[in-house]
Design a protein around this ligand. Structure first.
Ligand code: F6P
Length: 373
């Protein structure tokens, strides 16, 4: 009997998503008796029942395309802006699921999507998820789809910044995405030979960075590349953040809690522009000219790497196989050379950050890279 499968892509787009859709859809058609319907723009498309039949012709020619042919959004089923206010729209999504007689919904996304899929599972839907994000921060999988492409782009940018930093005898600070995990900055920093790498997991001391840069100057290297993760923080800011979090925990009533939460929000708002401020600080500490390059969305755009096309195809194919076996309530995780289902519950609300004793951290230190501590 044909199994009806719905699929959506949610959260920030990543290269390799189309390869995963194609892997799922083509395996569904060639190997298993599955019928695939794609919903547009993440959970919003599911709510509004905007969809397309993903047959062989719809999936043809998309393997090498970046982004997602389905479109995406950051909408949360439990808290979606509808009619100008936040509403729990899960029941309406269940209706769409039932209307299409779906047996399972495949959600491809990052940490937020895993959580959102789980919230639909709580409403009785069968869900299967795939891990995708350039941040590489999903728990219980070795790697996430899109990370390899972003790593290549960020590394290429660091390579290119070397020659201009060298020619102008400048410090160039390159801000890399990654949210609250340092995988991308650390990986690209090591691969691109950054002289300083700053990640959220290791709060930094600007004086230590300046010392490392001055040391390079004394040895005749009058330029430095600093790769900084967007979530990296100074020791001072990190301490302040913890104090503010503590105030929320210790608040004795609703009013105090709301005030403490507001203070933490204001702190995060104040964090924007911190890379520019770091550049100014390093200029005044070292006397060298500093410039900032924020890589931004180029890290998520364009053609997926060969590895991400391969991974997307494998994840999509594995999802089709698992669906045909009746597996759901799980995320298809990368475990060594294999794609294995892990309980979705073991993934939600868990951030996979860089362990400070990780081999990449050690590798950076071994080659003399300053990590700001
Ligand atoms: O999660 C992927 C990511 O690109 C993060 O690295 C970044 O912090 C965030 O998305 C940007 O979010 P948005 O696309 O909503 O601006």
């Amino acid at each position: 009997m044909t199994i009806n499968v719905g699929v959506l892509t949610a959260g920030g787009d990543t290269p390799g998503l189309n390869a995963a859709l194609r892997g799922l859809g083509k395996s569904a058609e060639y190997r298993y008796d599955l019928q695939l319907v794609g919903f547009y723009d993440g959970f919003r498309g599911l709510l509004q029942d905007r969809c397309i039949l993903l047959d062989e012709s719809a999936l043809s020619g998309i393997l090498t395309l970046g982004g997602t042919i389905l479109g995406t959004s950051r909408d949360k089923p439990r808290k979606m802006i509808v009619g100008g206010k936040y509403q729990d729209m899960r029941d309406a999504m269940v209706e769409t699921y039932n209307k299409h007689h779906l047996d399972v919904l495949v959600c491809m996304g990052g940490g937020g999507t895993q959580k959102n899929a789980f919230s639909l599972m709580e409403k009785g839907l069968n869900v299967l998820t795939l891990p995708k994000t350039i941040d590489n921060d999903i728990a219980n999988t070795d790697v996430t789809l899109g990370f390899d492409t972003a790593l290549g782009i960020a590394t290429d940018a660091i390579d290119r910044l070397h020659s201009t930093a060298h020619s102008h005898h400048r410090i160039i600070i390159v801000e890399v995405m990654g949210h609250n995990a340092g995988w991308l900055a650390l990986g690209a920093g090591v691969a691109g030979g950054a002289d300083v790498i700053l990640i959220p997991e290791i709060p930094f001391d600007p004086d230590k960075i300046a010392q490392a840069i001055m040391e390079r100057s004394r040895s005749g290297k009058h330029f430095s590349i600093v790769a900084v993760s967007e979530g990296a923080m100074s020791i001072h800011d990190h301490k302040h953040e913890n104090e503010l979090k503590e105030e929320i925990t210790l608040a004795e009533n609703k009013k105090e809690k709301a005030k403490a939460k507001e203070a933490l929000e204001a702190f995060y708002t104040g964090q924007s522009g911190k890379t520019m401020r770091l550049a100014q600080e390093l200029e005044s500490l070292t006397g060298l000219e500093a410039r900032v390059t924020i890589l931004g969305y180029v890290q998520r755009g364009g053609t997926p790497s060969a590895r991400d096309r391969l991974l997307g195809s494998q994840l999509g194919g594995a999802a089709a196989a698992l669906i045909s076996e009746g597996v759901n309530g799980a995320m298809v995780a990368v475990k060594g050379q294999e794609m294995k289902p892990v309980p979705l519950k073991s993934v939600v609300n868990k951030l996979r950050t860089v362990p400070t004793d990780h081999i990449w951290v050690d590798t950076a230190r071994r080659v003399g890279t300053c990590l700001g501590d």
